[in-house]
Design a protein around this ligand. Structure first.
Ligand SMILES: [Zn+2]
Ligand SMILES: [Zn+2]
Length: 268
């Protein structure tokens, strides 16, 4: 049986593995198809496709867009089975999301100055191996500065919601994320519903054009997996799944390739 892992991150967002390392590991781990779904960027895809071709693994273009339903953060996965992901307008939308993130980094700098810690934007950027700037990179910069001993301590003392260094992140709505994915010719699925509390909003997101639900995820409990599988059947959603690996270990969660076929058929 052919197997796929549809949720993986690379150094192009907050993962530690390069596209080449991910693809090689996927081959080693017996996968036939993978989707790289970096946060708010498609920048790693060209490299992933090249590696896929070299290793003989099918690559599905993907992205994971950080968005919100009300004040609740949700992650929307987008999958593209043709060349649509190259759509320049879609790239622009994601560039804007990245720009918002950079603005947030400047807010972090201002906040830490107020706290008497003269952190600079350059220090945060130096902790990011890609264009992404998030709380993790602020935490690493604080550690390098010797303000904290570990990333955990940085989150505990400063960066968690409610702590003095926390800066909220402007996000697009789930409706916008779903709409942009569809407009660019992709299919949208809700990532790891078990980690967010948005079950009640799922029908609303379906009405906005979302067709898939990530049933299988490395952080879902067996009960959650069962719950969401039942939900796909009840609501007519397509089940998807992936490891959500942030290192070079894809395939911890693997799904039958027939689910990929079903997603593809959604586009015709
Ligand atoms: Zn996510
Ligand atoms: Zn993810």
């Amino acid at each position: 049986m052919k197997l796929a892992d549809l949720h993986l991150h690379t150094v192009y967002s907050d993962g530690s593995a390069t596209p080449d390392e991910i693809v090689r590991a996927a081959k080693r781990n017996g996968l036939d198809a993978i989707a790289v779904t970096d946060h708010d960027t498609l920048d790693g895809l060209a490299e992933t496709f090249a590696a896929g071709q070299a290793q003989g693994i099918e690559i599905i273009a993907g992205v994971e867009i950080t968005s919100r339903v009300g004040t609740q953060e949700v992650h929307i996965l987008g999958y593209f089975f043709h060349d649509d992901w190259r759509d320049p307008v879609f790239h622009k939308v994601l560039e804007h999301a990245k720009h918002l993130r950079e603005q947030r980094a400047l807010e972090f700098v201002a906040r830490f100055h107020q706290l008497g810690i003269p952190l600079t934007l350059a220090e945060i950027k130096a902790c990011s191996s890609c264009g992404t700037l998030g709380r993790m990179h602020v935490a690493l910069a604080l550690q390098r500065r010797g303000v904290v001993n570990s990333v955990e301590e940085a989150f505990e003392r400063f960066l968690r919601r409610g702590k003095p260094g926390f800066v909220d992140r402007p996000r697009m709505t789930a409706a916008e994320a779903i709409g942009q994915i569809r407009r660019a010719g992709g299919v949208a699925a809700l990532a790891h519903p078990g980690l967010n509390n948005v079950d009640k909003q799922i029908p609303e997101m379906m009405a906005q054009g979302m067709v898939g639900l990530e049933v299988w995820h490395s952080r879902h409990t067996p009960a959650q997996t069962e719950h969401y599988l039942a939900m796909t059947r009840a609501l007519g959603l397509l089940p998807t799944g992936g490891t959500d690996a942030h290192d070079a270990n894809p395939g911890l969660v693997r799904i039958p390739y027939e689910h990929v076929e079903t997603l593809k058929s959604c586009l015709t």
